[in-house]
Every structure is written in structure tokens, then in C-alpha cells.
Design a binder for this molecule. Structure first.
Ligand SMILES: Cc1cc2nc3c(=O)[nH]c(=O)nc-3n(C[C@H](O)[C@H](O)[C@H](O)COP(=O)(O)OP(=O)(O)OC[C@H]3O[C@@H](n4cnc5c(N)ncnc54)[C@H](O)[C@@H]3O)c2cc1C
Length: 422
């Protein structure tokens, strides 16, 4: 494959970060016969702050990678989403579709990410753990041709024809190349922890649309996902369109929300098994362009979390598949200039896949930043199961891409018509 690489290259492609986006990109590239080096600063198994919830969209991405998603292989299936809001609760099954399986999953990120990284290795990618990338290596024209790294306390350099930043929300590599987050795009911040709870085998993912401390409405949205291992993953988040964003004590917010929960659920300090940890959710393409001075961005580094529901794993994996296709085609071109030309098509490929949908999502985030509007919508919506089923399809991005029923066609039309700026 490396007919135009130099003898100094360590691989055709270097991928920085072995989370879902990096591991998936590595898997598909290795399958296409590309020589891939996957550099990860941690050693597996490693923690990642997350809700650990997977919709059918993520399940589909796992199945495409040949992952066995059965309970015997350690996965806890779920039937849908339980929505709690305006004093009501509604159980909505995942939609019955040709395009997606009818179940979601839960799996702690400690082993989820390792499962994907091992799939990439089995496909032929070379994974180096405990290698922390410290910056880009540039050619005379300022294009990235490799990375510098720290390994066992020593400085190292790795070179390749293509470099991918799959290093998560903060993406030090993208920042070092001059690519910062966009202020005009949505960003969430969320905290989560685990409690021993009798609710640990819940077969619905539970989403709270309003959080109460007695009769005081708190800002943000919450979730409770049974982990199937004796614990629940409990967390809450805020969007940067909310007034409270940036001046909220998230841990205190969590404590106040949980104080109102039935005692028998067990969400108390004594039952907490992990520290409360937080992280950001970069949404709706909040770092662009996804190809810049030769660097390709994937997953959270490209700000690919769904603004409607905070789901990021499915998009990190899908984006990895799209990116791997672009890179495989680019590397097959005979000259470096032609390779670059194909790589330049990547941002458009992402826009084709998600541009309209994320544009709608950005609008949605603006609207729900207004609490009175959100309260009105929750009160009206929770009384209308058919409307909520439509909302689930839209918010979880689970509709038939072609054909389908009336609601699928409405969603297709909405995403087609949404303004889709760069
Ligand atoms: C509180 C919270 C709850 C969430 N809940 C959900 C949920 O329930 N479902 C869902 O789908 N999504 C959820 N998300 C979003 C999801 O976690 C991310 O979208 C997803 O992890 C993105 O994957 P990624 O591979 O792009 O990045 P990451 O998962 O962040 O992986 C980046 C990898 O790069 C490595 N790395 C970083 N810097 C370097 C470096 N310098 N050198 C080498 N390696 C490096 C890291 O160690 C890490 O392994 C949640 C996020 C938060 C913060």
C-alpha cells in the first residue's frame, strides 16, 4: 500500500488515541490492508467518563465490526428509553426498523474500549499503549507528517503518510495544529458516578427531562442506566445554551437531585462505588475543518456528539468507518498531491452523512436552552405517546434513511431542508 511513502515512515497511517473513533478507524484500515499504528497514552483496561449507554445505532456499528453483542459476551441489552418528565413516565421501545437492530446495550467503558481496540489489533493494526503523543511533526510546508511522543520517559518520533487525531474532546494534537473548538457550536458538560442499586438490571435506559430539588427546578438533564453488575451509572449534564452553564457546581447538583429519589433505589453516598467525575461533550461538529494541514479528525476531536441526546460512541465509530474509506482511497493514489486531494474530500463526506441532522440539532439545543420552552414541550409531549415516539426517532437519529413510514419521511425531509453551513 505504501508505494509513495518514504523509508523513514513507521506506518501508512498513525492514529492518535484508541477510544471508539481511533479503534474503529484502525480496524477498517487494517482490514483494507493498510499499515496502521495506533498510539494510546493509557494502558487497557482504562476508565473513560461516560454514561455507558448504547442505542441501536451504536449496536449496528458494533455488529459491523464483528463484535459479539450477546449477554454471554458481557453485554446488557435494553428495549428502549424510559422518559421521566413533567411528573410522568413513559416507556418508549426502540423503533422497529430495517436499518437498525431493535435493541440497545450497556457496557462499562473500561472494557468496551478494550473490546474495540482488540478488534483493531486482531485485524492487523499495531497498538502501542502508554505512548503519549506530545505534538505534530511538520514538513517544510507546515503539513503534518508524523508525531512526537513520550514513551517510558523517553522522547520518540513516529512518521506516516496520514495522521489521525482521535484523541478525544481536548484533542491536544488538533490544538497544536491550530484547530480550536468553535464557540458557535454546542458543548455539553456532564458528571457521572456509580451506585450499588437494586435497579442495576433495568431493561430500559432512563432519561430525566427535569431535575427537582424539592419544589425547586434544577438546571440540566439526568440519566440512570442499570449496568447489570450490581450498580447503576447515574449522571447529569448541562448544555452551553443554558444560563447555568459555567457557574454550576455539578457534584452538588447531582447530590441535590438524587436526594429526592426513593430510598430503596440506593442512590446514597454509602452506596457510591466510584468518585463523581465529569467531562465535556463536544457536539454538532464543534471543531472544523475535519481535515487541516494534513491532519484528519475523528470522533470527539471533531466534535461529533449528537446535540439531540449526547450520544457520542455511535458517531465516533461511524466516523471512523467513513474516515477509513477516505484514507484507503487516498493512499491508493500514485502521488502525494493526489492523496491530499482525496483526503480533502473528508469534511464533505462528514457533512453528507450528518450535516443536515446536526444543523437541526444545533437549533434544538438553542430552543431547549430556554427553560420555559422546554417545560412547555415536556408537559405537552409527555401526554402524547405518538409524538414522543416520533421524538425518540428524531432525538436518537433512528429512522429509515430511505422510505419507511410517515415519521421517517418527515425526519428525512427535515434533515434535507435544514441549513447546512460549514
Ligand atoms: C459524562 C459523559 C457521559 C457520556 N455518556 C455517553 C453515553 O451514554 N453514550 C454515548 O454514546 N456517548 C456518551 N458520551 C460521549 C462519549 O463518551 C464520547 O463521544 C466518545 O468517547 C468519543 O470517542 P472518541 O474515540 O472520539 O474519544 P475518547 O473516547 O475520548 O478516546 C480518546 C482516546 O485518546 C487517548 N488520548 C488522548 N490524548 C492522547 C495523547 N496525547 N496520546 C495518546 N493517546 C491519547 C485517550 O486516552 C483515549 O483513549 C458521554 C460523555 C460524557 C463526558
Amino acid at each position: 500500500m505504501s508505494n509513495q511513502g518514504t523509508p523513514a515512515d513507521d506506518a501508512d497511517v498513525i492514529i492518535v488515541g484508541a477510544g471508539p473513533s481511533g479503534a474503529t478507524t484502525a480496524y477498517y484500515l487494517a482490514q483494507a490492508g493498510v499499515n496502521v499504528l495506533l498510539l494510546e497514552k493509557a494502558r487497557f483496561p482504562r476508565e473513560k467518563v461516560c454514561g455507558d449507554g448504547l442505542t441501536p445505532r451504536a449496536v449496528k456499528a458494533l455488529i459491523s465490526m464483528g463484535v459479539d453483542t450477546s449477554p454471554d459476551a458481557g453485554w446488557l441489552p435494553n428495549k428502549g428509553l424510559r422518559v421521566i418528565g413533567a411528573g410522568m413516565r413513559l416507556e418508549l421501545d426502540w423503533p422497529d426498523l430495517d436499518a437498525f437492530p431493535g435493541y440497545g446495550l450497556v457496557r462499562p467503558r473500561t472494557d468496551f474500549d478494550e473490546v474495540l481496540a482488540r478488534r483493531a489489533q486482531a485485524a492487523g493494526a499495531k497498538l502501542l499503549e502508554e505512548v503519549s503523543v506530545t505534538g505534530p511533526v511538520l514538513d517544510d510546508a507546515g503539513q503534518i507528517v508524523g508525531v512526537s511522543a513520550r514513551e517510558d520517559g523517553t522522547a520518540k518520533t513516529y512518521r506516516a503518510r496520514v495522521v489521525v487525531a482521535a484523541d478525544g474532546n481536548s484533542s491536544r494534537l488538533a490544538v497544536a495544529m491550530g484547530l480550536r473548538k468553535r464557540d458557535d457550536r454546542p458543548l455539553g458538560v456532564a458528571v457521572r458516578t456509580y451506585y450499588t442499586s437494586p435497579r442495576h438490571e433495568d431493561d430500559y435506559l432512563e432519561s430525566w427531562l427535569d431535575l427537582w430539588d424539592g419544589d425547586k427546578l434544577l438546571p440540566g438533564y439526568g440519566w440512570i442506566f442499570g449496568m447489570g453488575d450490581g450498580t447503576s451509572n447515574v449522571g447529569l449534564g448541562l448544555l452551553n445554551t443554558s444560563k447555568a452553564f459555567g457557574n454550576t457546581d455539578y457534584r452538588d447538583l447531582l447530590r441535590r437531585w438524587l436526594a429526592g429519589m426513593p430510598e430503596e433505589w440506593g442512590y446514597t453516598e454509602e452506596n457510591r462505588t466510584e468518585p463523581v467525575r465529569g467531562a465535556a461533550l463536544p457536539m454538532g461538529f464543534n471543531r472544523t475543518p475535519a481535515h487541516y494541514r494534513g491532519l484528519m479528525l475523528a470522533g470527539d476531536a471533531a466534535g461529533m456528539v449528537n446535540p439531540f441526546n449526547g450520544e457520542g460512541i455511535a458517531y465516533a465509530m461511524e466516523c471512523g468507518e467513513i474516515l477509513s474509506r477516505v484514507i484507503a482511497h487516498a493512499l491508493a493514489r500514485p502521488t502525494r498531491a493526489e492523496t491530499e486531494r482525496v483526503l480533502r474530500g473528508y469534511p464533505q463526506a462528514l457533512r453528507d452523512a450528518y450535516g443536515g441532522y446536526y444543523a437541526l440539532g444545533r437549533l434544538f439545543v438553542q430552543l431547549i436552552g430556554r427553560p420555559e420552552l422546554m417545560r412547555y414541550a415536556t408537559r405537552k409531549g409527555m401526554n402524547r405517546p405518538a409524538l414522543m415516539r416520533f421524538a425518540l426517532k428524531l432525538l436518537a437519529n433512528l429512522s429509515e434513511p430511505r422510505g419507511g413510514d410517515a415519521s421517517d419521511r418527515v425526519i428525512s425531509a427535515m434533515t434535507r431542508l435544514a441549513p447546512n453551513p460549514r
